[in-house]
Design a protein around this ligand. Structure first.
Ligand SMILES: [Fe+2]
Length: 461
């Protein structure tokens, strides 16, 4: 009798457990398919759903060259002296000083808008990513995108003695692996046709990190393509991202290496996105008001003045070029607004605190200003001599050009009127026969957006 009751009890228990497990399985399957087909709730996109104001540091064009790739010898000196004024001989110190600033002030996020390396050298990418790791360990999340120099670059070189040697470059699939911790693994969506991704560092403010580079044919052509484009497939993906942000009530900042608006009448082709018109229209439609770019190495803010809700493009000055600017972007949650201003990497203080003996580093402000000011003097002087100008006239023109360049790259070209515009050197420059130099000087003077180091964006407008 007892045996029969126990047997029945066991059978009931087994039946109950079977039904229970089946129901549990059905619930789990239903949850799985629900999240597969329907978007997650907004709060699940971001780890940061607090109402705390957020601080973003913005840098561009680091052009980092690994110390393993240069002995600072004859070949390297020759290479940098024929360059565009980048302070590559001290780029490791500039980066270390920048990281020291970040560790001291602990911003929530650091964004780097491309040209992370000099010419896409694998060694430079690996060293830079190790440096970025130390920033993240200190509590600042890093987000990067590539620039035109970073991928498939046939110009990757190592400098040893009197010679340059080919160095390994990286390919696009390597980029997202090397920088997995700096955006790619945190992305809430990734484009299949480029290295673009969508990140949600906070619930209320999302980052549309766009890869605008055309590196596919670089190695076969033998030159890294400088111009940029948003491909049709990427455009379709952006549209989905903007729809998703709209649905979740999040503001979007777009980050790309190329510019969405012109920053100059002469530094435009190859710099402003080839299909900037198409992308601007899309951004306007979805109220994307701010783009963070780089590429031109000049600190410059452009806007489409006439529009009711203007689109702003902040081109960050290169971190590798005088005056070594980076931007600070504060997002105020309550007022749903942004405030932007710039700061300079404090290399002198870093050198002093680290007991560095190099006099150039200890007097970096004076040294780097002089270095940058003189960067293209030799080339221009030679061409002016060939055009028949006297040494005195050339000196006057070069002095003015030096001051113009220093102010232009610092975003302070509006200071020109008082002391420069009525000078003999300026008159000579503007009376030059038609040439790039003449157009360049005129374009600096005619820049209409005079505030290049500060901006306020109110998302409620
Ligand atoms: Fe660059």
């Amino acid at each position: 009798m007892n045996y029969t009751i126990n047997k029945r009890k066991t059978r009931n228990l087994v039946r109950f457990l079977t039904v229970f497990l089946m129901v549990l399985l059905l619930i789990l399957l239903a949850r799985y398919f629900y999240f597969l087909y329907f978007p997650k709730d907004n709060t699940q996109y971001s780890r940061n759903n607090s109402d705390k104001d957020q601080t973003f540091y913005i840098a561009s064009d680091v052009h980092y060259l690994s110390e393993k790739l240069t002995d600072h010898g004859i070949a390297f000196e020759k290479y940098i002296s024929s360059g565009d004024g980048k302070q590559l001989n001290y780029i490791d110190s500039i980066l270390k000083a920048f990281i020291t600033d970040i560790k001291k002030t602990k911003p929530d996020f650091l964004i780097i808008s491309g040209d992370l390396t000099n010419n896409g050298e694998k060694e430079s990418h690996l060293d830079l990513s190790r440096n970025l790791k130390t920033i993240e360990k200190n509590g600042t999340s890093v987000f990067v995108i590539p620039g035109n120099h970073d991928i498939n670059n046939p110009w990757a070189r190592q400098f040893k003695g009197e010679k340059q040697y080919l160095a390994d470059c990286i390919f696009d699939k390597d980029f997202s692996k090397i920088y997995a911790d700096f955006g790619y693994d945190e992305a809430i969506s990734r484009d299949e046709e480029s290295l673009s991704y969508l990140a949600a560092p906070t619930d209320k403010l999302w980052l549309l990190m766009l890869d605008t580079n055309k590196y596919k044919d670089n190695l076969s052509v033998g030159i890294p393509s400088a111009d940029g484009l948003i491909k049709q497939g990427t455009y379709d993906w952006i549209l989905k991202c903007l729809e998703s942000a709209k649905k979740h009530g999040s503001e979007v900042i777009a980050v790309m290496h190329h510019n969405i608006l012109d920053h100059s009448e002469v530094i435009r082709d190859g710099y402003t996105l080839n299909n900037h018109g198409q992308i601007s229209i899309l951004f306007k439609e979805y109220q994307v008001q701010l783009v963070l770019s780089g590429h031109i190495h000049v600190q410059d803010i452009s806007s489409d003045h006439k529009a009711i809700n203007p689109l702003y493009d902040i081109a960050s000055g290169a971190l590798s070029v005088y005056p070594f600017h980076y931007g600070i972007l504060k997002y105020y949650v309550k007022s749903n607004s942004l405030k932007y201003f710039t700061k300079t990497v404090d290399v002198e203080n870093w050198a002093k605190n680290n007991h560095i003996k190099d006099k150039n580093l200890l007097n970096f402000n004076r040294f780097s200003k002089e270095y940058f000011g003189n960067a293209s003097s030799a080339k221009i002087s030679k061409s002016l001599q060939e055009s028949g100008y006297t040494n005195n006239q050339i000196k006057r023109m070069l002095d003015i050009l030096k001051t113009l360049n220093i102010r232009y790259f610092s975003g302070t070209e509006n200071l020109n009127e008082k002391d420069l515009l009525h000078s003999e050197g300026y008159r000579l420059l503007t009376e030059l026969p038609d040439s790039f130099l003449k157009s360049y000087v005129t374009s600096i003077i005619s820049d209409k957006d005079i505030y290049d180091n500060e901006l306020t964006v109110d998302f409620n407008d």
